[in-house]
Ligand binder design. Structure first.
Ligand code: SAH
Length: 262
């Protein structure tokens, strides 16, 4: 390998061909538009191209890697030397995109939350196939009443169907990361609970999960002066804890909160 991996950009390249093939086979790529974020040396890109997409857009922050990718793939790909955190993803393409990303782990979480927060009108993607640190993936896919259940799973489940695909061992990467990874598959929900503003769901869950072990009476009191009324209306059992409330209940609480602030 000619490239010296940059730690600062979280460069851990996928080198296990079997895993790469398995990742690519998750989605039906033929004639679709694909976006790959952080393509690195193009290991995944190469296999995506074999499936004959209509178009593939690569967004890579590292200029040196972009130059290499241009040499390697020439006009088979569209390369943008940009930071995924700084672009407006709603305007990348006219067609819905299948998104692949084996990115630095902290970035995966940030972008997927941002994408939901900043969604304009319709979904701009048809599928997201993203790699996460295993512990973070466990939180994303967790269910109500479990210890991992929290803001991340509530917020992402609000607008997306989420499925764990498989765990990926450190041996599949170069250099080897110290952590286990998990691939997660997201698709947009056709029907989701409509709220005035996405950030209100973030806010409400933050207030609840800041006091994760306390009974929900505390955060309710903090948010609503008429918390008795609100809890009666929503049939909330005040002895429950934040982990015992469903996504729907959180959305209902947000609705009440939105009435209050508007
Ligand atoms: N997907 C490739 C590379 C993984 S390493 C593979 O699986 O082999 C992560 C890649 O994300 C690196 O190429 C790194 O330069 C790139 N990257 C890191 N931060 C980024 C950002 N903010 N925007 C776009 N690309 C980024």
């Amino acid at each position: 390998m000619l490239i010296k991996p940059k730690k600062s950009l979280g460069q851990n390249f996928l080198i296990d061909k079997n895993i790469i093939k398995k990742i690519v086979s998750i989605s039906k790529i033929l004639n679709k538009d694909v976006l790959e974020i952080g393509p690195g040396t193009g290991n995944l890109t190469e296999y995506i191209l074999k499936e004959k997409p209509n178009k593939i857009i690569l967004i890579e922050k590292d200029k040196l890697l972009c130059d290499q990718l241009r040499l390697k793939f020439q006009d088979k790909v569209v390369i943008k030397n940009e930071d995924i955190l700084k672009i407006n993803e709603n305007h990348i393409s006219e067609n819905k995109l299948i998104v692949f990303g084996n990115l630095p782990y902290n970035i995966s979480t940030k972008i997927v939350c941002n994408w939901i927060l900043k969604l304009e009108r319709d979904f701009w993607f048809s599928e997201l196939i993203l790699m996460f640190q295993k512990e973070v993936a466990d939180r994303i896919i967790s269910k109500i009443n479990s210890s991992n259940y929290g803001r991340l799973s509530i917020f992402l489940n609000w607008k997306m169907n989420i499925k764990k695909v498989f765990d990926v061992s450190p041996n599949c990467f170069y250099p080897k990361p110290k952590i286990q990874s998990t691939l997660v598959h997201f698709t947009p929900k056709n029907n989701y609970f409509v709220l005035n503003e996405s950030k209100n769901l973030e806010k409400i869950t933050r207030v609840f999960f800041n006091q994760k072990r306390k009974k929900i009476k505390n955060p309710l009191k903090q948010l609503f002066s008429n918390y008795h009324e609100v809890s009666k209306k929503l049939k909330l059992d005040l002895d429950l804890r934040p982990q015992n409330l469903s996504l729907k209940t959180y959305c209902n609480i947000v609705k009440e909160y939105e009435k209050l602030i508007n």
